[in-house]
Design a protein around this ligand. Sequence first.
Ligand code: SF4
Ligand code: SF4
Length: 370
Amino acid sequence: MSSKVYFTDMRAKPGRNLLDKLEILIKKAGIEQIDFKDKFTAIKIHFGEPGNLAYIRANYAARLAKFLLSKQAKPFLTDSGTLYLGQRSNAINHLESAYENGFNPMAVPCPVIIADGLKAIDYQEIPLGLKYCKTAKIGAAIAEADIVISMTHFKGHEQAGFGGTLKNLGMGSASRQGKLELHSSSQPIIDEATCTSCGQCVKYCASQAIHLDEKKKAKIDYEKCVGCGQCVAVCQFEAAQPVWNNSTEVMNYKVAEYTFAVLKDKPNFHISFIMDVSPDCDCWNCNDAAIIPNLGIAASFDPVALDKACVDLVTQAGANTNTVLNAHEQGELQNTDKFAIIHPNTNWKAGLQHGEEIGLGTMAYELIKV
Ligand code: SF4
Ligand code: SF4
């Protein structure tokens, strides 16, 4: 059994611009099969770290929001806080970043809700019982939504290989604690040099595993620490730090399982923008040159098939010159896995294969051009 993936390219003309093409695409792909009336509809998106310009333009989100409103949905744009300190690690900075990048009430006719709350610690624990994650810690607003629609900027990713729909949903919806679980399986460490003695980690550690020592620095009792990551989540000074010890495979397996949790028992639909395909994540405050020409937009009910179709389209495409790929002529490296060149220690296939194994979707797809 294969899944259908719908695709529209970048060609446009008056009366059929790219926003029109987005709406035509999602309708052809069957989005209207979902009953949106009065349903809280999470549009899961990455707002882009300020300084990065490769993220999805807010205009596309606005067109999708207008379409959902026409179906009497209650749409909202959403993302969860980051694990690292940047401009999106708490709801205030995250909202400011979203507004700065165009996801504001002037441009998009629906609210922005930061899924995991003020300090990125508001989540719901969704039972999974899968091989790598017994539960998933998903940002509350996404966990509580009736319907999930993902809008994904398809690009490279330094740990996952590429950042596609699974990465957007699985990693992006996780609370900070969830993100820690996805990245790492061990107990955190404290960097004494940056510890300000604020005591937040002591207050929030449910295992009473942290105290301030004689130097007034946080100290973890590893006999008591259960590795829950709460101290990393609440530390606003990057002093409580995760230990990054997951292999790319294990991280991608866990991302697939978290995606399963996000979509479990909910109508869902997925859109992927193969544009400005930068080598790295939109979490960086810059974006290196796009590795291929812009290809278009793809949509599907199946997130695994969608990611596979997108990576195949990027593989088939010729490379741009003057990028990290070092192609000397435009169009070189056709039919080459470019993410394997850029991030040689990653394995994106692992996540898609695991997604198939847990019933998230299938890598077999039929590409239908719209
Ligand atoms: S929350 Fe961070 S800065 Fe505050 S005491 Fe704990 S480790 Fe130190
Ligand atoms: S990881 Fe959890 S249990 Fe361990 S010190 Fe931090 S808050 Fe406490």
